[in-house]
Design a protein around this ligand. Structure first.
Ligand code: IPM
Ligand code: MG
Length: 358
């Protein structure tokens, strides 16, 4: 197989974790005789520094022209003072919008070796396996009107939560189909007791569900879901929700597993998918060889699985991660008593060595 991959390392720890993921990707290529041609470009703060904008047209063109996009992370204190349209985060939003990536899959799965790293009790989290399906190109992130306007006494800030039947239908389809490959349970999260957009969300999800009678559908208000995730996370299989609720709940779901540094994501929708860890650029630890590359490496596995339909190759990576954790190797964020601390590069190397050993 021959594939072109657009690689955006981005900012902060993105610069350190992406090379580790590429090492693993190349090893898979060699082992299975695939050619993964990586082309690099800049987005986020790095692009602001070199080109003045977070998503230069060459970077976007490269992404559109590739078979998949791998992204590290964007953002950092250096660019926080810029106005919204020029901030590093805009690169992410622009890529999502321009590539039509309306569905964001964020799996939060417990590695048993990490049970001690979670802040929750082992019996609460043991065996959790949640897939957050987050709508990614609609809702309050993109709704209009938006902006900051002058008033007679000061200003007002405006954002609008909008969802159409079509947008809800397609994300619900993704959730029900994903559930069929798992435990056949979808929990739809909304705020239908207060918001009209949520009322429509619920109505449409119920309608789409008629095509999936084999999947159980439950509804939950977002505030209750935030509580249930820490109270009894094992009640969830697939969680489907809006852009903003999904942003918040996926961080919470990630943390159940011990560290946000562990979790990958896939953004899909049109022809080119984008794969990235769910964490940010972590400027506080950037450049110190301290970051956890596992979320990034696991994102490569998701790319192989979802974009290239190479489940065997993906599984090899997942097994290598599992084995490395079972051997007691940890980065700082998941360190616990009796484990061996590794830096970013050493963790990448160890996973590489464990490829195909399981
Ligand atoms: C995420 C991030 C982004 C989001 C930011 C960086 C724009 O938090 O991918 O979850 O809010 O979607
Ligand atoms: Mg987020």
């Amino acid at each position: 197989m021959k594939k072109r991959i657009c690689v955006f390392a981005g900012d902060g720890i993105g610069q350190e974790i992406v090379p580790e993921a590429i090492k693993v990707l190349e090893a898979i290529g060699t082992r299975f005789d695939h050619s993964f041609e990586c082309e690099y470009a800049q987005v986020g703060g790095a692009a602001i520094d070199s080109a003045g904008i977070p998503l230069p047209s060459e970077s976007l063109a490269l992404a559109k022209d590739s078979d998949a996009v791998l992204l590290g992370a964007v953002g950092g204190p250096k660019w926080e003072g810029l106005d919204y349209e020029r901030r590093p985060e805009r690169a992410l939003l622009g890529l999502r919008e321009q590539l039509g990536l309306f569905a964001n899959l964020r799996p939060a799965k417990m590695y048993s070796a990490l049970i001690e790293a979670s802040t929750l009790k082992p019996e609460v989290i043991d065996g959790i396996d949640v897939l957050v399906v987050r709508e990614l190109t609609g809702g309050i992130y993109f709704g209009k009107p938006k902006g900051i306007e002058q008033t007679s006494t000061g200003h007002k800030g405006i954002n609008t939560e909008v969802y159409t039947t079509e947008e809800i239908t397609r994300i619900a389809e993704v959730a029900f189909q994903a559930a069929r490959k798992r435990r056949c349970l979808v929990t739809s999260i909304d705020k239908a007791n207060v918001l009209e957009s949520s009322e429509l969300w619920r109505r449409v999800v119920i309608e789409v569900h008629k095509k999936y009678p084999d999947v159980e559908l439950r509804h939950m208000y977002v505030d209750n879901c935030a509580m249930q995730l820490v109270r009894k996370p094992k009640q969830f299989d697939v969680v489907v929700t809006t852009n903003l609720f999904g942003d918040i709940l996926s961080d919470e779901a990630a943390m159940l597993t011990g560290s946000i540094g562990m979790l990958p994501s896939a953004s899909i929708g049109s022809t080119v998918g984008m794969f990235e860890p769910i964490h940010g650029s972590a400027p506080d630890i950037a450049g110190k060889n301290m970051a956890n590359p596992i979320g990034m490496i696991a994102s490569v596995a998701m790319m192989l699985n979802y974009a290239f339909d190479l489940p065997k190759e993906a599984e090899l990576i997942e097994q290598a991660i599992q084995m490395t954790l079972d051997q007691g190797f940890r980065t700082k964020d998941i360190e616990s008593e009796g484990t061996t601390l590794l830096g970013t590069m050493e963790m990448g190397d160890t996973i590489l060595q464990n490829l195909g050993r399981a």
